[in-house]
Ligand binder design. Sequence first.
Ligand SMILES: C[S@@+](CC[C@H](N)C(=O)[O-])C[C@H]1O[C@@H](n2cnc3c(N)ncnc32)[C@H](O)[C@@H]1O
Length: 331
Amino acid sequence: MTIDTEPFANRLEKNARHLARWAKRAGVSCYRIYDCDIPEFPVIVDRYLTASGVRIHLQEVDTGWRQTELEHRQWTEAIALALARVLGLAPSALVVKRRVRQRVNRVLEAQYQPSGVAGEDLLVEESGHRFIVNLEAYLDTGLFLDHRITRGLVGARAAGKRFLNLFAYTGSFSVYAAKGGARASVTVDLSNTYCSWAKRNFELNGIDLRLHSIVRDDAIAWLKRARAAGERFDLIMLDPPSFSNSKRMQGILDVQRDHASLIDACMAILHARGELFFSNNLRSFVLDPDIALRHQVANISARTIPEDFRDKRIHQTFRITARDGTADKNN
Ligand SMILES: C[S@@+](CC[C@H](N)C(=O)[O-])C[C@H]1O[C@@H](n2cnc3c(N)ncnc32)[C@H](O)[C@@H]1O
């Protein structure tokens, strides 16, 4: 079977040239180069400049194509070879992730499942902060590239504040907040793996773990207890997954169904002049219009989506504050 990868190679080359110029100007070293730009080549290509050199994360997107196992393997190999050739890299610089053919919510579930391979921990840099990524162990790498600007926003707002990071994953928002001068922070995630990854990211950036704590817990249960305990924060990042059904939490989390109650729970522990940033990656997401009746809401997605994700509707981000400072009467 011959596979014509020329259209893919041409687009990739064009993207890579444009984005390399932008990245140099912007001081960005890890970025997305290609995201299903040509429907016949449904893959995502991310470039990471690591302490061990350039690595490419190539992810196949499941479009439900009906290929035999052999055709599928040959197709993936042809794409990988074209990629290595265009980017001038050895094939060993590539990590190729083939999607398992599963139904939609099973795929979402699989996003956070281990691959069974330990992989290599690699060091990357972003805006002077250091992060551990692992391109092999899981479907995701440890650093969501689409939130680069949002992380910067949180870092720039954090000085002197008490920061809360919910659904924190590897704690990258907390690293920005702590390095941006937050006086304290709490980082909450349900997964032991990601909490210890966050701890390693903190250590890597010289963050004081006595002031910046990491809590392994269900964010929903944690929010209830925090409210009962009278906890207050000045800055909150709420970035839940689209869907989660871990055995360690009660019920399931569905961001479309549950976002209003999550936002209200955050607003209940936010200081009157505090800020909540709420984001999610569900493409079909629509914000419950009633939220704007209770709180001040601004959709800031146009500001938080970076050049390498332009036109992709990769996430939506909202800045939510109290209406006339009335949310927190205790402040
Ligand atoms: C989409 S990632 C969040 C991305 C993160 N905010 C970032 O930008 O790096 C989802 C995270 O939510 C965590 N998670 C899923 N269900 C949870 C729950 N009920 N409570 C706390 N964390 C949860 C997962 O372990 C995973 O780390």
